[in-house]
Design a binder for this molecule. Sequence first.
Ligand code: GCU
Length: 840
Amino acid sequence: MLCLQLLLTVGVAVAESGIDAWLRYAPLPSSSSHPALPSHIVALNTSMNNPVHIAGVEIQKGIASIFGKNLSVASQSQQAASSIIVGTVSDYAVAFGHPAKTPSLEPDGFWLNTTGEAVQILGQNERGALYGAFEYLSMLAQGNFSKVAYASNPSAPVRWVNQWDNLDGSIERGYGGPSIFFENGLVVDNLDRVSEYARLLASIRINAVVVNNVNANASLLSPANVEGLGRLADAMRPYGVQVGISLNFASPTANLTYGNLSTFDPLDKGVISWWTNVTDTIYRRVPDMAGYLVKANSEGQPGPLTYNRTLAQGANLFANTLKPHGGILMFRAFVYDNHINESDWKADRANAAVDFFQGLDGKFADNVIVQIKYGPIDFQVREPASPLFAHLQNTSTAIELEVTQEYLGQQCHLVYLPPLWKTVLDFDMRVNHKPSLVRDIISGKRFGRPLGGSAAVVNVGTNNTWLGSHLSMSNLYAYGRLAWNPADDPQIMLQDWIRLTFGPDPAVMKTITSLSMASWPAYENYSGNLGIQTLTDILYTHFGPNPQTEDGNGWGQWTRADHTTIGMDRTVSNGTGFSGQYPAEVATVYENISTTPDNLVLWFHHVNYTHKLHSGKTVIQHFYDAHYDGADTAQTFVTQWEELKGKVDEERYNETLFRLTFQAGHSIVWRDAIANYYHNLSGIADSAGRVGKHPWRIQAESMTLDGYVPYTVSPFEAASNATGIVTSSNSTTGTASTMLNFPNGTYDLAVNYFDMIGGTSRWQVSINNRTIGSWIGDNVDTGRLGHAPSAYLDAHSATRITFRNVTIAKGDVLKIVGTPDGIEPAPLDYIAVLPKGVVD
Ligand code: GCU
């Protein structure tokens, strides 16, 4: 106890696992002065286990932790003075009479008044009161004691997250460990993490979680799982978070206890009564279920088109069963054919959403919301806003974002996403030549819709960091803030998150702001530029680079790159016609290459590599320069972070350093793969002479090999010089040695190797028999990194480890000994001997 007190007083950072995320309520530095705190809390809750009760408990816990002051909580009090009063406006009026200023509140809104002797936190409903309590605590935890009196209302009623959790406990595109909701086909027994998740979500004003994968398993509807859903709802209800579920459209034919049908035709009477029965059954156990989410006729999922019924008829089937219970049907606009033919110049997946929803506006039941991914393809590093936002004017809509970084580094790369999201939320569709920001469309304001909002694919798991990485939690935090107020500023939200997550140290603030704000531009630079999409491997893991996978298949994420040209012609005049899906003013901008912004030029136009951008550079030179710039920026993340040693607790410091170091190495893998690929394809030299030139590298295959053999890597651009080395058998050690012919000096020694799933090889590197270091290929096998693994030598498994400040003399002999394990043959690509400041 004494030790702990001492640690707190001297301000030494205690190890933190990340589980408390931004709700740490860390003690404020003893130097910070604060005004007198109220002496007790009045929580006007009507029962235990409701959001107002939780609000009282949170305020008590928060104040005790931040200030070391224990306040009592009472549910009733005649004595309003010197209290923090939290409750609904109506309960406040009963207890104390109407508040002097009557706040104008919408459902879930709150009024926070710290100007009087008592602090008033009043919600329009109980959930709003809890949101207000978290707002107050967020201020205190950031050392903000200003006197405020304001109402805060949500921009839209739907502020949901989607989890893509499977019933077996795995998570589709999840990088933070297995599911907190399911295991072995059922809901987990211990729901502690579920409650903690609900608490986190409530603090950012998220009001519902769809708990299972959109690629839904019908057995979620079994009696045992309906009971499980009831338990999930019970665990989250105190936090004002409702449960929703994803449905499989063909469930009536899935042979469940509710009776097996031979059809899932949405107009079939038997099907309608089947779903009515299922819905009524679920609502008996979960009376406040938020609703359903449906992915239909997409990527192999069943849907109404199977029976020549419209998407609206399909959606309305569920909406009608939900209606008596007050539930909402989120119907995904992610409907497309994944077997389209690239030899058809006019074929275009980007057209799919508007094409499929053509003629359906106004045909959806009023409790349907069409959930639209931000861009027309699939969560790419840059996409134009989906034109469907402009088409659905008599239908409620929501934007779908992706917090889980499926195409954006899978939480192994720091990418702060709100600046990307804002390119869409703030985009003006100019419908009927009037301001039509996407954020005003989804809020319902622009077209006068009663419903609307946001959903984000989040995919937290059992990892203590939730998402797999400490820094990626800024994306979840900011998502909640944007769902509440899409006009919020990315940097301001980020800085609130930094203060709450890491404390008030200005150096910490400066560094994490700088890294995070530079991260999306850097990732875009070293992945896919000019609107060509992310250029990751779309046929396998969506993690590392593999540009050739975009073309030549039916998925339609095409680049149409050949030896001389690149880009999708999406013009009306000569291409797929996609630009014509936008309202006239926007369509004109994109139709015309001279008005299309550089960052989307290859999205809309098919051009020569030598085409000159507005910037004055050619397309190909922009690719080269951007890749070198992006990777250079990622190297600085490591050095910037290292300045925080001792300022962030060791656990989070080291885990973050590990990830940023990985990112710095992998950004070079990206840079080289993309630059080499297009250099090879176009045959056009890099005017700065960098591509393919590696003066500080020694290729593993050019070393003296004993027990190692060269291995041709595919795709070629995933390895330096297209070749790596592997041990000649999976059970014998290999040695690669080489003489170093660099001037005497101190260098960073980088070793590029491949970390595959299915084995944990060992490597040891020495110079003149002096051991420099050793490591194990365990980043993917132990889940330490958490990204989708690869069983091959490729750009997903390509990894760099760096030994710093190694003294090297000309003529020294470097030796690497590799010991294979499982299917992993201790693979190596190259070493780089790097003078200070050189990136190679
Ligand atoms: C992406 C993702 C899939 C997911 C799909 C969807 O294509 O890779 O895993 O099922 O989006 O949003 O439905």
